[in-house]
Design a protein. Structure first.
Length: 480
């Protein structure tokens, strides 16, 4: 589907214009199109109007991706489906799907393992049978997708809509200058890739339609069924399934490793795409031969690569260390925790509280305000007296006094939750009141290293680290 290749007849399957160059053609690239003129205004540079809208549409791709399957569906209506053909169509669906996921994607786009020549030829052949463009073209776009994820240079950015990332980018013409540059020199040096690119038309015709038809025809005499079911309709399902990596995998699921971009992990996407559904992981660790890292997650592509290794067909399987993977996971969890914490009421920050004189504090408490000082912080507990779990008398006994010791074990060693709750009742700090004043002064002088802040600059109050928590109750703050 070189839909942004620079001609008016770009084909989803490179059927007619396989000799086109990419916009990023370098001198080492095997094919060049002499007709391509980068100076000429591209149709995508013009706004879509009622008069020119049809020029924006890639009609050949429309026919190949949507027209042919529709014809296949209609024809299937009066084509009996033999069970052998059904089994063969499903088997060939998996083989051609693997050609894309294990071949085009993990081997060539990401070089996540090394394949021996026989395996490469197999993957280039069955991958061609999936009818999704040549390896070279596919891998170049995919590298741009990883490098420029969610930006204008991403060939199938989900930011342009789910449908766009699934199909729109192929059925609408694309400006070849828009797609981000990527290095594909390694692919240009791979004889299998170059051969498949040069002979793509033959490969796709044979592996996409002729081969599945021959198997069904010679095998059980179902030539036409093989053509319709294992050929045309199977192509449609493989295409739609693998297109989901660009759409569904950027739209549905969780983001356990990083949520700054769109890739997501979901089992449904994995089931649809032969294991490519753990896409958040994949974008973080693209050269890992796995997409699913847990044994119970569905990743038949990973299992196949592993099996090929056992058979001596694949080697150098790349894997990120668990340490690196866990760091990403922990950072993302931390970020979520920070966001959760930021929504909670931790009390007015101490530096924003008014400073009270001790005498003023005592005076106000005498006049009926339920003020209690703990560790130099004044709390208004008026509304809480009736709810105090330890009873009204206990809490009232602290009013107007320095209750630091009482609160921290002198009478009752209050719980962590009690310290948290107390912090929401803060109304002031006492001048010279224990560590609070020292702490405030240090903070003003920029010397304070005691305050833990999260990545958004929000203060972190860990359990047992509340300002009112005093392990060795200080002497009366008022005496200071
Ligand atoms: Zn992606
Ligand atoms: Zn990828």
């Amino acid at each position: 589907m070189p839909s942004h290749q620079p001609t008016t007849e770009d084909a989803a399957v490179d059927l007619t214009k396989i000799e086109q160059p990419s916009a990023q053609a370098s001198t080492s690239e095997p094919n060049r199109n002499p007709k391509y003129d980068p100076k000429k205004t591209h149709i995508t540079d013009l706004p879509m109007t009622r008069k020119n809208w049809y020029k924006h549409v890639n009609w050949l791709n429309c026919f190949l991706i949507l027209g042919i399957p529709l014809l296949g569906l209609v024809t299937a209506w009066w084509t009996p489906l033999k069970w052998q053909t059904a089994v063969w169509a499903v088997a060939y669906y998996f083989a051609t799907g693997l050609g894309i996921t294990a071949g085009y994607h993990r081997l060539w786009a990401h070089t996540s393992y090394t394949a021996t020549l026989p395996l490469k030829i197999f993957l280039a052949a069955v991958g061609g049978g999936a009818v999704e463009g040549s390896i070279r073209w596919w891998a170049r776009d995919h590298r741009a997708h990883h490098r420029y994820t969610d930006t204008e240079k991403d060939p199938y950015s989900v930011r342009k809509g789910l449908l766009y990332s699934h199909l729109g980018w192929m059925i609408m013409k694309q400006n070849p200058k828009r797609i981000g540059r990527t290095d594909i020199s390694d692919l240009n040096d791979d004889p299998v890739v170059v051969w498949q690119h040069r002979n793509y038309l033959k490969v796709v015709f044979f592996m996409g339609l002729v081969f599945p038809m021959i198997v069904a025809g010679l095998g059980w005499g179902d030539w036409f069924g093989g053509f319709i079911y294992a050929g045309i309709l199977r192509i449609f399902f493989v295409q739609q399934a693998t297109f989901c990596v660009n759409s569904l995998a950027h739209w549905l699921g969780d983001q356990p490793f990083d949520d700054r971009n769109s890739p997501r992990d979901h089992v449904i996407t994995a089931l649809v795409t032969l294991g490519e559904g753990y896409h958040n992981f994949h974008h973080e660790f693209p050269s890992d031969y796995r997409n699913a890292i847990e044994w119970h997650q569905y990743d038949p592509t990973k299992w196949s690569i592993w099996a090929w290794k056992q058979l001596g067909l694949a080697y150098d399987l790349k894997q990120f260390r668990a340490n690196e993977i866990e760091k990403g996971r922990v950072q993302q969890q931390q970020k979520k925790l920070d966001q959760k914490r930021a929504k909670l009421d931790w009390g007015v920050p101490l530096e924003q509280l008014p400073v009270m004189e001790w005498d003023d504090y005592v005076e106000q408490a005498k006049n009926g305000r339920g003020l209690i000082a703990v560790a130099g912080v004044v709390h208004d507990v008026t509304d809480f007296i009736k709810d105090h779990p330890g009873g009204k008398a206990m809490i009232k006994s602290g009013i107007g006094k320095d209750a630091t010791a009482i609160f921290n074990g002198g009478v009752y060693l209050h719980s962590n939750a009690a310290h948290n709750l107390l912090s929401t009742m803060r109304v002031g700090v006492i001048r010279g009141g224990c560590e609070v004043e020292i702490w405030k002064k240090a903070q003003m002088e920029g010397k304070d290293q005691m305050i833990v802040k999260d990545s958004h600059g929000e203060r972190v109050v860990r359990a047992g680290m509340q300002v009112t928590k005093v392990f060795e109750p200080a002497a009366s703050a008022g005496a200071a």
